[in-house]
Ligand binder design. Structure first.
Ligand code: 5AD
Ligand code: FES
Length: 431
């Protein structure tokens, strides 16, 4: 017996047509606790993945081009205020060489990711890289943060096809607890809209298991993906990083349970304090168990992983034809985390092809996997892991989003997302 009433009917209805579920139904699936019910959810989502994408997994080599970042997100290991890491920036030659390696691996797609830098010199640098790798004919995804529409347009003209910009959470109030002043949720939404206007395949995503996040928030996140009509989703579990303010709070057990209860003056004190917690002491298992029942913040690695997988499965069930990546953060929680992501409905994996010497300096969260494996090893290991679950690597294909192909054959009109709460959209998309 599942703890969701009429689970089989619910799953059948969701599989019949996209966007069939109401928010309470999405939340109930995400909150589901019994093993058999969760397995039925994963099976239903995987069947849809196979229906839309086949038993194939699209690969995109990911280049972590630099860890210099102008932002200071409370959860992120490469935030501007973290002095415990060496900053680096790959040269154009280095990025081109990695793109050539990616083409040689026959992945046919490449992701260039880095911290957020907004400057004319950086815009030109990326343009130059894009023009140099254009002859390789790769499907290029950029993940370079918030930029002006003009910059997005220039990069698109220089050869980028897709852009990933996570909204992190669709709840503006929760967003505000995770970012310092000046980090604007509204600007992020506006950037997603600008990317769409520029003609990109647009990807967004969230972290799940954040302190203070509820199942209703996650259900709302999935509705946000639908309303923004995005083509690609990349999301994963939040994993505390010891050199970040939120990681410090996690280690002190101030979060997840008590994050919302800590007086803001106290939060400020901890947030501005330097991290004193050595990474070895930071274990997910240490996190407090006393969450309110509706919060998603997990207390064990297993719970964090299961929540990440449920989020993939429910997103597949609700949206059907989008590309969904099995995030590397899943692998940080279990060695087979990404394969389990595929079995829960994801269809994209992004193996890291950055030189190993830089990987330690690009740790967004604790326990990042494959720090010492070169790209060749990652490739062989992934192939074997996928074969073991009956999936093959879709070599030689860009793996464009089916949703994108469908929507660009139809109307090019922009979506008008409905936003909740006080946050209104610059272009009048508010509820
Ligand atoms: N745990 C999990 N994901 C994280 N990210 C940043 N920090 C963390 C963390 N501590 C994710 C954010 C960001 C992406 C590049 O990495 O969602 O958008
Ligand atoms: Fe770099 Fe958040 S810390 S974008």
């Amino acid at each position: 017996m599942s703890d969701v009433d009429g689970l089989d009917d619910l799953l059948a209805r969701a599989a019949e047509r996209p966007r069939a579920l109401a928010r309470p139904e999405l939340a109930a699936l995400l909150a589901m606790d019994d093993e058999a019910g969760i397995q039925s959810l994963f099976d239903a989502a995987y069947a849809l993945k196979v229906k839309y994408c086949g038993k194939r997994v699209a690969m995109r080599g990911i280049v972590e081009a630099g860890n210099v970042c102008a932002k200071d997100c409370y959860y992120c290991g490469i935030r501007k205020s973290n002095e415990n890491l060496q900053r680096y920036q790959l040269s154009a030659d280095e990025i081109v060489r990695l793109a050539e390696l990616d083409a040689k691996q026959d992945y046919a797609s490449l992701v260039i990711q880095s911290g957020e830098i907004e400057s004319e010199a950086h815009t030109r640098f990326i343009e130059d890289v894009l023009r140099r790798i254009a002859p390789l004919d790769l499907g290029v995804t950029l993940s370079l943060g918030e930029q002006t529409e003009e910059t997005y347009r220039r990069w698109k003209e220089a050869g980028a096809a897709r852009y990933l910009l996570r909204i992190e959470t669709s709840n503006p109030k929760l967003y505000a607890t995770l970012h310092p002043a000046g980090h604007s949720w509204e600007r992020r939404v506006e950037c997603l809209r600008a990317l769409r206007r520029c003609g990109y395949q647009v990807g967004t995503g969230v972290m799940c298991g954040l302190p203070g996040q509820t199942y209703d928030d996650l259900a709302r996140d999935i509705e946000f993906f639908a309303e923004m009509d995005v083509d690609m989703i990349g999301m994963g579990p939040y994993i505390p990083h010891p050199d970040t303010p939120l990681g410090v709070l996690s280690a002190k057990c101030l979060v997840p349970s008590a994050w919302c209860l800590v007086p803001s003056a106290e939060q400020e004190k901890v947030l501005s304090a330097k991290c004193l917690v050595p990474s070895a002491e930071l274990k997910h298992e240490d996190l407090s168990e006393s969450n309110a029942p509706s919060t998603t913040a997990p207390s064990t690695k297993h719970q964090a992983l299961t929540l990440g997988l449920k989020m993939i499965a429910v997103t597949r069930l609700h949206l059907h034809d989008v590309n969904i990546a099995a995030a590397t953060a899943l692998q940080a929680l279990a060695p087979d985390g990404r394969e389990r992501g595929i079995h829960a409905g994801a269809n994209v994996i992004m193996p890291n092809i950055t030189d190993t010497k830089y990987r330690r300096s690009y740790q967004l969260y604790a326990g990042k996997p494959c720090l010492d494996e070169n790209a060749g090893l990652c490739k062989g290991c992934l192939e074997r892991r996928l074969a073991a679950i009956g999936e093959t690597v879709d070599y030689g294909h860009r793996g464009d989003s089916l949703h994108f192909s469908k929507r660009t054959r139809g109307s090019a009109s922009l979506p008008e997302p409905r936003m909740r709460g006080s946050a209104s959209l610059p272009e009048g998309g508010a509820e």
